[in-house]
Each structure stands twice: as C-alpha cells, then as structure tokens.
Design a protein around this ligand. Sequence first.
Ligand SMILES: NC(=O)c1ccc[n+]([C@@H]2O[C@H](COP(=O)([O-])OP(=O)(O)OC[C@H]3O[C@@H](n4cnc5c(N)ncnc54)[C@H](OP(=O)(O)O)[C@@H]3O)[C@@H](O)[C@H]2O)c1
Length: 366
Amino acid sequence: MERRCLTAFTILSLVCALVSPVSTAAAAEKIRRYELERADQGYRLALRSVEAPAPKSNEVLVRIRAVSLNHRDLYFLKGVYGGDSSGQVPVSDGAGEVVALGPGVQRFKVGERVATTFFENWNSGPPTPAAISRSRGGQMAPGVLSEAIVTHEDGLVRIPDHLSFEEAATLPCAAVTAWNGLFTHGHLQRDQFVLLEGTGGVSIFGLQFAAAAGARPIITSSSDAKLERARSLGAVATVNYRTHPEWQEQVRAATKGAGVSHVLEIGGKDTLPRALASLGLAGHVALIGGLTGFEGNVEVGAITDRLGSLTSIYVGSREDFESMNAFISRHKLKPVIDRVFPFEEAPAAFSYLESGSHFGKVAIRL
Ligand SMILES: NC(=O)c1ccc[n+]([C@@H]2O[C@H](COP(=O)([O-])OP(=O)(O)OC[C@H]3O[C@@H](n4cnc5c(N)ncnc54)[C@H](OP(=O)(O)O)[C@@H]3O)[C@@H](O)[C@H]2O)c1
C-alpha cells in the first residue's frame, strides 16, 4: 500500500514538474520516511507515511534515492546530544533527483542529480552562527531518511556524473570534512605524510584524497584485514592500533623519524596525544571527532616544539563541497561503500555501523 503511494507520488511529481516548473500538486500524495521515536535508551526508528512536502519559494523538491550514515547519526539515535529529538527525521546525507521547483529557484532544473549539503545554508566563507545553525538530521533541520524532502536551493549541489546515487550520498559529511581537514585548512602537498585513524567514513575519504593528491597516507586500524584493504587504496604504511597500542612509534618509524605533516584526528581522548607524538615539523592536526571521548589533557609542548597547528573542523560549506566534487571528478574517485541496505532495513544499517565492522561508508537505497 505504502509502496503504491510512493509510485503514484513519483509519477505525479514528475508529470507536474514537467508540465510546470512551479508545482505544489504533489502535496496531497503520501511518502514514507523514518522519524525518531522515544525508546528505553534514546530513540528507535519509526517508519511513517506522511503527506509529501511541497516546495515553497526558493525551495526544491528532491526524490531521495540513497542516503549514507555517519557516526553522528548513531549519536542522535542514542540521544547522546541531549534535548528532544522525537519526531525528527534522521540522517544528514542524501542524494537524489530534483522533481519539482518552488517559485524563484535559479540554481536547479527538474531532473538534475543532486546531493544535500550538511548545513542547509552555509554557502561559502568561514563559519558564522547562522551558517552552522541548520545542520540536517538532528534537532536543527530535518534529515533525509525520507522518500522526498524539500530544501532551500542553497542546500544542494550537483553530483559528479561518474557517481551513482549511493556513492554521491556518501559525500556531504565525511568526505567534505576530510577534504577541509587536508586541503582547505591543511594545504596538503605532494609527498607529504598523512595520518588517518581507523577505517571509517572520514578516514577512508582522507586516504583516497591523500593518495590522489600524490601524498603518502599512513593508516591505523583494529583489523589487519582492513589494513590490507587500505594498502590497495594507496596506504604506504599501516599499523594495527590494537596489537600496537603505542602505534605512534610505528608511524614515526614509517616516516624515517620525520613525523607526519597532517593528521585527521577522529579519536579524541585516546588518540590525540599519540597523533601529536606522530607529528612532524610544522605539521597540521585537523580536530574532527572524539570516538574515545573529548576530555583529557593536551601536552602543549607536543604542539609548540614542532611549530604545529590545530584546526577544529565542522564539515564545511557548499563551496567546499563543490571544490571537492571538482577534485573527485578530475580524479574519477569512487567512494568506498561497504554495504548498501534497503530502505525497509534502515535499523539494520544503523546496527551495522554501530558494530564497527564497516570499511568506508554504509548506505541505504530508497
Ligand atoms: N567535526 C566534524 O565535522 C565531523 C565530521 C564527520 C565525523 N566526525 C566525527 O568523527 C568521528 C568518525 O566519524 P565517522 O563517521 O568516520 O565514523 P565511522 O565511519 O563510524 O568510523 C568509525 C571507525 O573509527 C575507528 N576507530 C574507533 N576507535 C578508534 C581508535 N581508538 N583509534 C583509531 N580508530 C578508531 C574504527 O576503525 P577500525 O574498524 O579500522 O578500527 C571504526 O570503524 C566521529 O566521532 C564523528 O562524530 C566529525
């Protein structure tokens, strides 16, 4: 029954959109989407049938074809961030096609393939309170685990032609974060050593970007099998952080003692001191995540002795996303997707991400 609603919605939307670029006729149709519903611990994903949204001025209606999961989506599901997320549509990253335009839309045409930006209205330049006020998939702006969304046209980018919807859906958060850490803030150069921690979404994009730029990626993981896979993507050295708890020693040895020029720091409390010990002269640490916690002490001398610099990264702007897409297109990079789940099995996709079994990204097809 719900599947029939979607089919009717899609056909009607496309017909209306083709007849007139300004369409609200799909509003009475039904779509399916997931919403967060209170559970014993945090929330659970509840599949709902709701009225299809209609685009208002400067808004675009997008038929979502795929989404990808980020660690942040797990944090919302578990209620880690506090506040009330009941009824919120989860997941920040999606890709699909434009099916209708509200009045005044300039940047898109019906039928174009697009991805959502992480922030609905951070267009370019440095972050401002307004620019980072509407992150998708949390309490600030609705997410994309929905058969259709409306969004301001500023909150979309065209996707590279060589990517599928699943591949494009992996880009908005993890890839833009890795891009900004390495290029916008790190100014990565050829032959420099880059340290990536673990083999999740951000780190595998960091590995691919560094390798494509002619730099020398070094990566850690809890799994030898994953490290083997990372070598096939261009890692010049690998360290198992479980069997080598003092892994910074292996990292420095891999650089012949010089240390790395860049770190994408996703681990926080347990990894930051080791990342700093791995750093070479004038090295740059992009502070991204706190998988092991955010508390603890930082040894200031470990930074100043090396003339190092640290930048906190919060994903990035639409302009960053577009610059990254140009690089991805130029190098014909293909995001690494570990598994794609059907829409109906979205809860299993979250559990799979939580298990940490994945290498790269986990996607859901709609
Ligand atoms: N600031 C931002 O804008 C931003 C953007 C994106 C993500 N983040 C944050 O960055 C972190 C990673 O996000 P993600 O989406 O890439 O996560 P993810 O895909 O779930 O990756 C998690 C992976 O991290 C690795 N890991 C876990 N503990 C580790 C440790 N102690 N040392 C080294 N690696 C470890 C594991 O890799 P192995 O299985 O190989 O061991 C695990 O599979 C999260 O905290 C997330 O919230 C922040």
